[in-house]
Design a protein around this ligand. Structure first.
Ligand code: AP5
Length: 237
C-alpha cells in the first residue's frame, strides 16, 4: 500500500487563521498522532522568557517571521524525540528556506514527508474568525465565540484556567501576517507540488469555509493514505 512502512509525516499548511491548529488538534484527539505547532511553541518560549522567547517576542507581536535557522533548531529539538511516531507539523515550514532545511533533515533520518495538506479558506472568512479567537496559552487550545465556544465564558474546558487574546490578533497585525503568507509562505506550496507529487508524498488541497466541510475531507485523506494510523480507542484496547 501507499504507507508501506512509512510513518505519517504531515505538514498542515495554510493561511493564518485557516484552521491549522483547530484541525490538527481534532486529528490528534481522535488518532494515534502527535503534533508540533511552532506558534504554540514560540508563545510558550515567550511567556517563559527563554533565550528563544526573547528573540521571538517583538517579531511575533508584529507579525514578522523568525530566522529560518533558529526555527529549524526550535523544531528539530522537539521533533527528534518523536522518532517513529506519526506526526503533524503546524506552522512549519513557512518559507522555501525552511522547507529545504526540513527536507534535508528528514532525508538524513530516512523518513521523508509523506502528506502535505493545504487548507484553502477564503480571506474574508478568516478575517472574521480572528476577532473572535481566544486561546489557552499552556496547551494551545483554541476557542471561537461564534464557532467553538468554551463551556464556561473565558475559561479553558479542561483546566478551567483563563483564556487570553493573542497579541498578534488585531486587524492591523493580522493583515501583515496575511501579506507575509502570500509573499514568503505560499511559494512553498509550488515547491511541494512540483517536487513532491510522487508515489511517496501526497499533496492534498482541502477547500471550505467551515469545519463541517473540511474535517470529513481531512479525515478521509488520512484514513485512505495511511490506513495504519489507529484511532486512540483502538490503541488503548
Ligand atoms: P502561528 O501561531 O502558527 O500563527 P498562524 O500561522 O498565523 O496561524 P494561526 O494560529 O493564526 O491560525 P490557524 O490556522 O492555526 O487557525 P486556528 O485553528 O487557530 O504563528 C504565530 C507567529 O509565530 C507567526 O506570525 C510568526 O511570527 C511566528 N512563527 C511561527 N512559526 C514560524 C516559522 N515557521 N517561521 C518563522 N516564524 C514563525 O483557527 C483560527 C480561528 O478560526 C479560531 O478562532 C478557530 O476557533 C476558528 N476556526 C478554525 N477552524 C474553523 C472552521 N473550520 N470553521 C469555523 N471556525 C473555525
Amino acid at each position: 500500500g501507499f504507507d508501506d512502512g512509512h510513518p505519517l509525516r504531515m505538514i498542515m499548511f495554510g493561511k493564518p487563521g485557516a484552521g491549522k491548529g483547530t484541525l490538527t488538534s481534532r486529528l490528534v484527539q481522535k488518532y494515534d498522532i502527535l503534533s508540533l505547532s511552532t506558534g504554540d511553541l514560540l508563545r510558550q518560549h515567550i511567556s517563559q522568557k527563554t533565550d528563544v522567547g526573547r528573540q521571538a517576542d517583538e517579531i511575533v507581536a508584529h507579525g514578522g517571521l523568525l530566522p529560518d535557522d533558529l526555527m529549524l533548531k526550535v523544531v528539530t529539538s522537539k521533533l527528534d524525540h518523536l522518532n517513529n511516531k506519526h506526526w503533524i507539523l503546524d506552522g512549519f515550514p513557512r518559507t522555501l528556506g525552511q522547507g529545504e532545511l526540513l527536507d534535508t533533515h528528514l532525508r538524513n533520518q530516512g523518513t521523508p514527508l509523506t502528506l502535505i495538506v493545504n487548507l484553502d479558506v477564503p480571506d474574508e472568512v478568516i478575517l472574521s474568525r480572528i476577532s473572535d479567537r481566544w486561546v489557552h496559552l499552556p496547551s494551545g487550545r483554541v476557542y471561537n465565540l461564534s464557532y467553538n465556544q468554551p463551556k464556561v465564558d473565558g475559561r479553558d474546558d479542561e483546566t478551567g484556567e483563563p483564556l487570553t487574546k493573542r497579541a498578534d490578533d488585531n486587524p492591523e497585525i493580522f493583515a501583515r501576517r496575511l501579506r507575509q503568507f502570500y509573499v514568503s509562505t505560499s511559494p512553498l506550496l509550488m515547491y511541494y507540488t512540483s517536487q513532491y507529487s510522487s508515489a511517496k508524498t501526497r499533496v492534498v488541497t482541502l477547500s471550505g469555509t467551515t469545519s463541517d466541510e473540511i474535517w470529513p475531507q481531512l479525515e478521509g485523506a488520512v484514513r485512505t493514505f495511511f490506513p495504519r494510523v489507529r484511532e486512540r480507542d483502538d490503541v488503548r484496547k
